[in-house]
Design a protein around this ligand. Sequence first.
Ligand code: ATP
Ligand code: MG
Length: 324
Amino acid sequence: MTVNGSAEPVIAVEGVEKVFDVRRKAAGTLRRERHQVRAVDGISFTVPPGEMVGYIGPNGAGKSTTIKMLTGILTPSGGRVRVAGIDPSRDRTRLARRIGVVFGQRTTLWWDLPLRDSYQLVRRMYRIEDARYARNLDACVDLLDLGPLLDVPVRQLSLGQRMRGDIAAALLHDPDVLYLDEPTIGLDVISKAKVRDFLRTVNAERGTTVLLTTHDLTDIETLCSRVMVIDHGRLMYDGGLDGLHAVGESERTLVVDFAAELPPVQVPGARWVRSEGPRQWLAFPAGDSAAPLVTALAASHPLVDLSVREPAIEDVIARMYGAA
Ligand SMILES: Nc1ncnc2c1ncn2[C@@H]1O[C@H](COP(=O)(O)OP(=O)(O)OP(=O)(O)O)[C@@H](O)[C@H]1O
Ligand SMILES: [Mg+2]
């Protein structure tokens, strides 16, 4: 699998595009005008085996469209896609054995069947051998607490229960690559944590490559070492979360409790943000040390307490989306 010491990518996307032809009613007439939406507009990236990558961006950015091209559901309008060495749109059936897909917005399970029967159908579809099926099902049932749910028809499951059921279904055939399109949408905090723990275990123990789309940045912070940000079908950022802070020009905040109420304090290297009684908030570049600021403040005013707040990843992302 290795070339020049680095693993060959399991996902390789080169200048991929997807243009949708849509018909829209022209304003003030009954005519329908044809018009094109460039949902994905020349995106390139590779993912090595075993990596867990976050794929984020605002609504309509092109995330789901990208995932659909990576599964073979949609054919790209341009560019090149390879997953596990396979061209997804040409060889969708062969690719299906190598990938698992979860679309949080809709289930791949059979609505009227109990989970257990849905899994049996998956087993037959993928011709999963008995021992492997039993092993994988046991592991999923155990880690996702599916035991009490196996005999419940899918339509009677709550959203969180159904999502866990869907994730298990996507993993029964041991896929090399798992695509998750908003797997935590609508889940409560406990269910989200359960799903995250499970994904971390699967990634660590089976080495499954994971591409994860989400609007919950905690998913990204807890699971992904790498994040790709897309907007208007283009890749805006590809790298670590730390790098995002640098690109987003994030700031840390020094929260200072002075002994008395003071006018806004001025310290070189920091920016006064707000005051509330004797407490003041001062922002400074996330990459700078807080020490010189604290020294300067302590030298000029009596301090009671202070703390440093890390930049919220939400703010960084919001700034990026806004700038795009
Ligand atoms: N089948 C389709 N026909 C026409 N336009 C489409 C189709 N699918 C998606 N689009 C358009 O392509 C763009 C990207 O949509 P996509 O679903 O990939 O966004 P997304 O990043 O997944 O957004 P969200 O966060 O809301 O799920 C949108 O403008 C959408 O309206
Ligand atoms: Mg989407």
